[in-house]
Design a protein around this ligand. Sequence first.
Ligand SMILES: *Cc1c(COP(=O)(O)O)cnc(C)c1O
Length: 367
Amino acid sequence: MQVPFNDLHAQYQSLKEEIDAAISSVIAGSNFIRGPHIKEFENAFSKKTGTKHCISCANGTDALYISMKALGLGPGDEVITTAHSWISTSEAISQTGARVVFCDVNENDFLIDVEKIPSLITERTKGIIPVHLFGQAVEMTTLMDIARKHGLWVLEDCAQAHFATYKGKMVGTFGDAATFSFYPGKNLGAMGDAGCVATNREDVAEFAALFARHGGKGEHLIEGINSRMDGMQAAILNVKLSHIEKWTEKRRKAAKNYDKLLKCIPSITTPQENEHNDHVYHLYVIKLKERNQLKKYLQENGIQTVINYPKALPFYKAYDYLGHKHSDFPNSFTNQSKILSLPIHPEISLESQQFVIERIKAFMRSL
Ligand SMILES: *Cc1c(COP(=O)(O)O)cnc(C)c1O
């Protein structure tokens, strides 16, 4: 038995007719850039997320950069974000000329430790970027209180958490703006790169749309960048958007299956779903001491796993210049050598999950 980490082809097969028709309609109308599919997607997505505006763009990393430009970020400013995550967030901060300030994560939910944020705030701090990592929302009540108290903006990175909720409220609707990625492997994925900015703020929406499209068409009011979602991706996303609730339900169910099956292995920590949260399980991340050996063993048994992420960001060469030590981010440092993401996607079968667990048990017995 082979268990791939993700199975994009299975999802395509289940929607083949609809997706093929959507792609054909883009070609028939030559709506490669701009066009009706883009508008349709922006409207449908903002409606589902519950934000007034959605500005489509080329990818989730651009969405972060565009949002920060719209929020007025630049050289001399500082932004606080999570230490153990994907690099897009910190990369985009640096791209604006601002300085990245990393904050450690909680040991058990992998999310930014909001209690540590106040000690990182200086007179140069302009904003906070919480990442709703692996599909679960950050503790937003506390985070928003801190931000309001210090007059900081909040930009939510929702790349891994489409339609996750916190206290019944959708991620992306707490802060000043939010960013989404539709990279193929994300919970809502295109067939290429795509992303968007979602916001309730009129000024942010207006600037983002201008900045992402060369500073305006016809009259260039500012210098911008070229960051567009193409028509093909929008048409595909329009098809997929109506299936997202069902897929999220399936991800949650698969996660519960793993939870149940793993319960009898005390040396493995299963992911913590916090109170008030509806986790959408972009990733199912377990922790154990023998992580490297288990990963290798599963690979040899046809089971693909991933480490998200092998090092906390401050420990990569790219951030040597910040001069951090391991003890600056104790939880991130502990987690980086223990975490392992098991295969999870809406189409995963119970048989595959049982096989994964059976192999994990066999490995544990061999220790
Ligand atoms: C995927 C991802 C991004 C970036 O998305 P791209 O579309 O690949 O540019 C940003 N932040 C997080 C947390 C991500 O997982």
